[in-house]
Design a protein around this ligand. Structure first.
Ligand code: ATP
Length: 298
């Protein structure tokens, strides 16, 4: 388990990460979402031990000093543009990574490269962007680390390979409790694989919680009213977004679901029910709440 407590990083007068606290349970995929410049990469780089925090603590499996060698063996950090030697192939990179990750499974590298139709001996510089991403993801998964930290994970992958990679990651999470922390803007790709998310903005956390549970405390309620009094509802509940479409009124509301449903019942609906909120809707609603111009994102 990773526990981040009040983590802070400044670059001169920019506060890139501002007192962020997050807990990442074992065996899950944790998605870090946020606008450009929100602080996602900086947070990941501190987790990977590349950047020194200015404040706060990182506990890995209850150990505070995660720069310790045994901890490093448990971390694979995959940056947005991974480094490789000029003529290196997948096989050479596997041998290089084996110095840091003695548990790296060379057979798995061969198997996955074959399954993905990647030439294991071909220089990586001749690969397309998506092929390079596949190569580094398979190297990362074969390294058998407990934690995989990715700055963008499915970027550049076509829809079929994205599904293949998701399945490989799911398998590793299930079989050996691999924990993946990923910063990404590809919300649709994260929707069905992330267990937990945190939305960052200007270095701080806007919301965090389980994606499928109700821990984010944002709910989407579809209602039909004979006579709707939106002002009444807005006074009663923290209505973040409201859309009317024919008979239907769709409300996105922050708060506990029981309180929300009781509040809606007071407005005397003909019909009301909670419907699932997509990751995009969660993100847009949270960002709208900060006054962010969401049209910049879409
Ligand atoms: N090495 C650096 N020197 C100075 N400022 C930096 C440095 N790295 C990041 N920053 C600043 O810190 C803030 C957070 O940057 P970061 O790269 O963590 O954002 P991000 O959420 O990953 O953004 P994006 O989605 O665009 O990749 C930005 O304002 C950025 O300009």
């Amino acid at each position: 388990m990773i526990k981040i407590n009040e983590l802070t990083k400044n670059f001169e007068d920019i506060c890139a990460v501002n007192h962020v606290s997050i807990t990442v349970p074992d065996g899950v995929m944790f998605g870090l979402l946020g606008t450009n410049g929100a602080g996602k990469s900086t947070l990941l780089r501190m987790l990977a031990g590349i950047l020194e925090p200015d404040g706060g603590d990182i506990y890995i499996d209850n150990e505070e000093d995660h720069t310790h060698l045994t901890c490093k063996e448990n971390f694979f950090y995959l940056p947005d543009s991974p480094y490789y030697f000029s003529n290196a192939s997948i096989e050479e990179m596997a041998r290089f990574y084996r110095n840091q990750y003695p548990q790296l499974d060379i057979e798995a590298v061969h198997y996955m490269s074959g399954a993905l139709n990647l030439d294991i001996l071909c220089p990586l510089r001749t690969f397309s962007k998506g092929m390079k991403r596949q190569a580094f993801l398979l190297l990362a998964l074969s390294s058998n680390t407990k934690y995989l930290i990715c700055d963008e994970v499915f970027d550049g992958l076509d829809p079929i390979i994205t599904e293949v990679m998701k399945n490989l990651i799911r398998q590793e999470m299930k079989e050996r409790e691999l924990t993946v922390i990923v910063a990404s803007h590809r919300l649709r790709d994260l929707q069905d694989i992330c267990h937990n998310i945190a939305i960052l903005h200007r270095g701080g956390i806007l919301t965090a919680g389980e994606l499928k549970g109700r821990a984010t405390d944002i709910h989407k309620i579809q209602c039909v009213f004979e006579h709707v009094n939106l002002d009444y509802l807005k006074n009663l509940l923290d209505v973040m977004h409201c859309q009317r479409d024919g008979y239907f009124t769709t409300l996105i509301i922050r708060g506990g679901i029981e309180v929300i449903m009781k509040g809606i019942a007071l407005a005397d609906p003909v019909f009301s029910r909670e419907v699932p909120l997509t990751l995009e809707e969660t993100f847009m609603t949270v960002m709208e709440g900060t006054g962010y111009d969401v049209s910049k994102i879409l």
